[in-house]
Design a protein around this ligand. Structure first.
Ligand code: SF4
Length: 334
């Protein structure tokens, strides 16, 4: 909740709502008894009524390779979600989940295989960031990057995701700049068009994975509802309104979508868009019938894009040793 909503919900003066918000969001103190500037009587009065914690940390794994941290959380109703903290030197990126499971069933994604359980509330989304900050013992003044690329399709839970962004950006809380936040969608056209109307510079990323409808229908079933042409139109509308470069996430699957011809299709599709491509060699999930491409095929794909004038980088994967890499989140208590 935002400060004014806390005050209203608890029938407190506005400054008390702001104090509670600062304890939770800025100082990441999640227990009322440690909020030392609240009167003891108020803490006692409101303790049972304030839903301070929405998540319980069940497990935390550290990647020896990269310093990535994967956290498994239990929600109040027993559902489970995962979130990941990635490190790049002194910087940190929090990868947050927006749903328990996912309804979209992308063919290469471990999360999609688990099916859909339910949408997360804004509190459940924001608390992932607070817990990761705490778990990694980051200095209080560290401002992380936030990516909505964990479990779920953010635009299938639009209102809660937007509310969570407002809370993360709030000056009395973590105060994360809009440009440090990225929402990633697999191509939810109505969501992209709504997002284009939001008055901020939050970044947009599209998980594309294929640039022909025949192939994309197989990899991301949402493409049957919102085919590539409709997606392209929505992205052009977004860029006309927001004037922001978009990132195209493209998972490379060996001999499925990683041939030079696929790169040519992608370069052709991106004409008319200001986009940079992030190539992600597939992270193995044993239950899925795909394989990661060889380094030679990844390089050839990237070079084909660059030769066609498309800006492309290859993502250095972090967290694969703890199944925390892109598309590997399952929320299983292994
Ligand atoms: S890739 Fe994203 S949208 Fe697709 S099934 Fe996985 S979590 Fe859902």
């Amino acid at each position: 909740m935002l400060p004014e909503e806390i005050a209203e919900a608890l029938d407190l003066p506005p400054f008390r709502g702001k104090q509670l918000f600062q304890w939770l969001q800025k100082k990441q103190v999640l227990t009322l008894e440690h909020m030392t500037d609240l009167p003891a009587s108020m803490r006692a009065t409101h303790s049972p009524a304030v839903p301070v914690c929405a998540l319980e940390m069940v497990k935390q794994e550290l990647s020896e390779q990269s310093g990535a941290v994967k956290a498994l959380f239990s929600l109040a109703d027993g559902e489970m979600i995962e979130s990941v903290l990635l490190r790049h030197g002194a910087r940190a990126t929090f990868c947050l989940s927006s749903q328990a499971g996912c309804p979209l069933g992308c063919a290469f994604c471990a999360t999609g295989m688990t099916g859909f359980r339910r949408n997360l509330s804004p509190a459940e989304i924001v608390e992932q960031a607070l817990r990761l900050h705490h778990a990694a013992a980051l200095p209080p003044d560290t401002t992380p990057n936030i990516v909505y690329m964990g479990m779920g399709e953010p635009f299938c839970n639009y209102e809660a995701v937007i509310k969570s962004i407002h809370i993360l950006m709030h000056p009395a809380g973590m105060h994360i700049g809009a440009r440090k936040i990225t929402v990633s969608t697999v191509g939810d056209v109505p969501g992209i068009l709504r997002f284009a109307e939001e008055p901020w510079q939050v970044r947009l990323s599209i998980s594309l994975h294929a640039a022909t409808d025949t192939l994309r229908d197989q990899l991301t079933p949402l493409n049957k509802r919102y085919p590539l042409a409709a997606l392209h139109d929505a992205l052009q509308t977004y860029q006309q309104k927001r004037r922001r470069q978009i990132t195209i996430e493209y998972t490379l699957l060996n001999e499925v979508n990683d041939a030079p011809a696929n790169a040519a299709d992608l370069a052709s599709y991106l004409r008319g868009l200001d986009a940079v491509v992030n190539l992600i060699p597939w992270n193995p999930a044993p239950e899925l019938p795909f394989a990661p491409p060889s380094a030679r095929r990844v390089t050839a794909f990237a070079q084909a894009l660059q030769a066609a004038g498309v800006k492309a980088t290859v993502r250095k994967e972090r967290g694969g040793d703890i199944n925390a890499a892109c598309g590997q989140l399952r929320a299983a208590n292994r």
